[in-house]
Design a protein around this ligand. Structure first.
Ligand SMILES: C[S@@+](CC[C@H](N)C(=O)[O-])C[C@H]1O[C@@H](n2cnc3c(N)ncnc32)[C@H](O)[C@@H]1O
Length: 491
């Protein structure tokens, strides 16, 4: 613990604990917007399936010739990973070929964790200042963890009797979760039968519980997930729905940057969930995955008029009268939703019909996209957008997500770039990314582009390869837009 405190102190940070949150990270000096608060390589990480173990690339992949389980895109990546993989390779090479496909990323993360701890304990590699024991397990589950061993035995017996589903119903949600961890621990035991490693099912089940609220999804600058990692220092940072910092990834390196001025003595806070959601949606997500009720300044407004309005705008329906911009609330007779501005009722039946239609259209669009029918998929997403505009508020999250999918497809096809010729900033999970919107005005496009870049400079810095490439592209786009503007004036 002393070593941890010292390491944090050197970074201008202070470790503390609060009764309602557990461990916390405080600023021990002022941080300015865009400044890196903490950057950390993972203690262990695994890529999603079919990606390079080291850099997460999905091209030029070759299987490790030792275990024939994991992939590398180059010999440099293989060399960089060898210290840890050489031990894991021995374990993985003994996995029954039939069972290789059962090695999900979370099982692999667990096996890597076991391997790394063994190497540290045997002093083959240096001990990290923070071990996995330091991670918190979900608070609610802590007292239940003692039950895990007996539970997994019970699960094993019950599953033999093929009545697992009925038995699950006896437990509350947290016990259910724990049973799942025990089940996964048992799987690790079955899949990795290795005499080198004594697998302690209880310890592994505990570690799964710790991973659930401490592991981070490693995503790229466009928020595409590539893997999962454990970052001991970063896992001390608590959540707020109004965060002062943001977590981004540069490859496998996790970087926390200040999004605003953070005065000395302030708690460093990031968002664990999509902050674009309504208070109820955010709280549900936090409760399900992290087992706590957020009491940030946004959440304490739950049920107040401002919060009700915000939720209705983000997740509610629009007025039947297309000229009215009022928000709708459920009427007391449960016939539908009433516009709070003009009093018009939007019937439940109409809403249900559009919702069913949207669901079926979205399923079809997603099948078209995943099967490579890009043009048809884009047309389908445009039709979804039209229907969503009839149902939802203009700032609706569902609408924003659909536009995000459309934009990603357009961006990949640069010939369509200028059809969607304005760029603005979207926000998801507290991280900023570029969004292109159908507005069609070059001057406004350039203004939005520069605004987007200003925000991204704060969240992503200026030196990462993503930002360097982006700034060059933006400069090109700006020059082209100015040329277009100039041509319009001349003609
Ligand atoms: C990644 S850990 C953060 C560090 C944690 N406080 C600890 O003691 O290790 C996530 C856990 O911290 C707690 N937590 C995070 N943010 C919180 C908040 N705003 N209010 C209460 N608990 C919080 C929850 O128990 C959550 O499952």
């Amino acid at each position: 613990m002393e070593e941890l405190k010292k390491a944090l102190n050197e970074k201008g940070l202070k470790f503390s604990t609060l009764p309602e949150k557990g461990r916390c990270l405080f600023a021990a000096r002022d941080f300015s917007p865009g400044e890196v608060i903490l950057s950390e390589n993972p203690y262990v990480c695994v890529p999603n399936k079919n990606k390079c173990e080291w850099c997460f690339s999905s091209t030029n992949l070759k299987k490790c010739s030792g275990c024939r389980v994991i992939w590398y895109c180059s010999s440099e990546c293989q060399r960089s990973d060898w210290k840890l993989h050489s031990a894991e390779c021995r374990v993985l090479s003994k996995v029954d070929k039939q069972r290789v496909n059962s090695l999900t990323p979370s099982l692999r993360l667990m096996s890597k964790l076991c391997v790394k701890r063994k190497l540290e304990i045997e002093k083959i590699i240096a001990m990290s200042p923070m071990m996995v024991d330091d991670f918190n397990a979900t608070r609610l589950s802590l007292h239940l963890l003692q039950k895990v061993t007996s539970m997994w035995k019970r699960w094993f017996l019950v599953s033999l009797g093929s009545v697992l589903v009925q038995t699950y119903a006896f437990y509350d949600i947290n016990e259910k979760q724990l049973l799942l961890y025990a089940q996964m621990a048992n799987l690790v035991n079955l899949i990795l039968p290795c005499p080198d490693f004594e697998i302690n099912v209880k310890e592994i089940a505990e570690n799964f519980s710790k991973l659930a609220c401490n592991a981070h999804t490693i995503s790229d600058s466009e928020l595409r997930p590539h893997g999962t990692g454990l970052y001991p220092f970063i896992s001390i940072i608590n959540h707020s729905c109004l965060p002062n910092s943001v977590l981004v990834f540069e490859g496998r390196l996790a970087v926390v940057r200040a999004m605003q001025h953070i005065p000395k003595g302030t708690e460093v806070l990031i968002s664990y969930v999509d902050i674009a959601g309504s208070t109820l949606t955010r709280q549900k997500a936090l409760k399900e995955q992290y087992y706590f009720t957020c009491a940030c300044s946004r959440c304490i407004k739950l049920g107040q008029s401002d919060d009700i309005r915000e939720s209705a705008v983000l997740e509610g329906y629009r007025c039947k009268d297309s000229q009215c911009d009022g928000f709708l609330l459920r009427d007391s007779d449960d016939k539908g939703f009433i516009c709070q501005q003009c009093g018009l009722l939007r019937e439940k039946e109409e809403i249900t019909n559009i919702t069913i239609k949207l669901k079926s259209m979205s399923e079809k669009a997603s099948v078209l996209l995943s099967s490579g029918h890009k043009t048809e998929a884009i047309e389908a997403y445009k039709m979804i957008e039209e229907l969503q505009l009839q149902l939802y508020q203009p700032l609706s999250i569902s609408l924003m997500r659909n536009q995000e999918t459309l934009i990603k497809e357009f961006i990949q096809d640069l010939t369509l770039w200028w059809d969607y010729n304005i760029i603005c900033v979207g926000n998801s999970n507290g991280e900023n990314f570029l969004r292109v919107k159908l507005l069609g005005e070059t001057e406004a496009a350039v203004r939005s582009l520069m605004k987007a870049l200003d925000i991204l400079r704060v969240t992503h810095g200026t030196k990462s390869p993503f930002m360097v490439e982006l700034m060059n592209k933006v400069e090109e786009a700006r020059a082209e837009a100015l040329y277009m503007l100039h041509s319009q004036v001349v003609n």
